[in-house]
Design a protein around this ligand. Structure first.
Ligand code: UFG
Length: 352
């Protein structure tokens, strides 16, 4: 698909659009009458995940290439996903996270400032909160204390500050969406979750249950939660994608920065997820109890009140059984071949 298919559709730059949440958002944009232009270095995304709009291969720190892309495609708004996401790796390589997440956002801001783009949607995270002084059953409003438990969370918070200041100084309007636990896959089977290595609970539990992976390790049963395992707010990736489209469309005055939690508002424990996977597969999930994983807060559950007020958005397909059923369909038959990942310049030159 090229610019010829674009017609009069407004073009939206989707940095990191070959990744998990980015690809689902590109599909939602296409369905809602936008023309997505995916900008990705394929260091962790998949070329085969770019099925809607246009693809541009580039590094998020390259302000010049970003500026040229914005100009060439007459970009009206930007959704910024590109960045590193593995919490554990951020503890051992914080330098990479500051370079790519914070340096990349700085380059993007300079490119959009020079070209006069006036709307940005930023991929933030519940990791900006950490555990703070919160009780395990308390939901998190946006005003909750920010106490990131990892350099990953630090970089997401630093990016929010940078974007907020950019809005005040230059009249940009921006929405930071603080995701809780993205999960599931598009029911079409065209796109889904694919990380290397995979560290997320639902794909690992499914792999164990269908015999494609080792037994799952449950990281800690001694948390101060009802069953002793961590509570998370799992949200279907297509609900998350819809929140991005709503954040593009919402009317905001010039200079306004907003941050909103994107979650369901319901905590599910690791053992509840294991049971849901067993129900979906029709077989128990082989698992063992292990030690706590460093950096895991006991609970992260959104208060979704503000996002509903701001964007008129609420989760529509995030029932846990539905999330697991969609993830299972994808895990049983992923559409990407390993060859779909073309290592970009970033992947080749960065120390691991
Ligand atoms: N878990 C296990 N065993 C595993 C994997 C995970 O018990 O093999 C547990 C974790 O300890 C945690 C829960 O399952 O309690 C969910 O873990 P995930 O790794 O699936 O997700 P996280 O909550 O750690 O991380 C997600 C995103 C991060 C983001 C974070 C906070 O992947 O990018 O939420 O927003 F930073």
């Amino acid at each position: 698909m090229g610019d010829m298919d674009r017609g009069s559709k407004p073009a939206v730059l989707v940095t990191g659009g070959a990744g998990y949440i980015g690809a689902h958002t590109a599909k939602a944009l296409h369905e809602q009458g936008f023309f997505p232009v995916v900008y990705d270095d394929l260091s962790s995304g998949f070329r085969e995940a770019v099925r809607w709009g246009e693809f541009v291969h580039g590094d998020i720190r390259d302000a010049r290439a970003l500026g040229e892309t914005i100009e060439a495609h007459a970009i009206k708004a930007v959704i910024h996903f590109a960045g590193l996401i593995e919490v554990g790796r951020s503890v051992v390589r914080p330098d990479l996270f500051w370079d790519i997440n914070v340096g990349g956002t700085m380059s993007l801001l300079s490119a959009i400032r020079e070209r006069g783009v006036d709307r940005l949607v930023f991929s933030s995270s519940a990791a900006v909160y950490g555990q703070g002084g919160r009780g395990p059953l308390e939901t998190i409003p946006e005003a909750a204390p920010k106490a990131p438990a990892s350099p990953y969370g630090d970089t997401k918070l630093a990016c929010e500050w940078m974007i907020a200041a950019e809005c005040r100084a230059y009249g940009l309007s921006a929405v930071a969406l603080r995701y809780f636990n993205a999960a599931g896959a598009d029911p079409s089977g065209q796109i889904g979750e694919a990380h290397e290595p995979e560290t997320h609970l639902i794909p690992l539990a499914i792999a164990a249950a269908i015999g494609r992976g080792p037994a799952l390790t449950v990281f800690g049963t001694d948390y101060d939660t009802p069953d002793g395992t961590c509570l998370r707010d799992y949200i279907h990736v297509n609900d998350l994608a819809a929140a991005h489209v709503a954040a593009l469309n919402v009317e905001l005055p010039a200079g306004r920065f907003e941050a909103a939690n994107v979650g369901v508002g319901q905590g599910r424990s690791v053992l509840q997820v294991v049971e849901a996977v067993a129900r979906a597969v029709g077989r128990p999930v082989p698992h063992a109890i292990g030690a706590r994983r460093a950096g895991d807060p006991a609970s992260l559950v959104a208060d979704p009140g503000y996002v509903r007020e701001l964007l008129g958005w609420s989760a529509q397909c995030s029932d846990l059984d539905r999330i697991v059923a969609d993830a299972l369909r994808w895990e049983a038959q992923p559409a990407y071949s390993t060859g779909g990942r073309a290592a970009g310049p970033t992947a080749r030159t960065q120390p691991q």
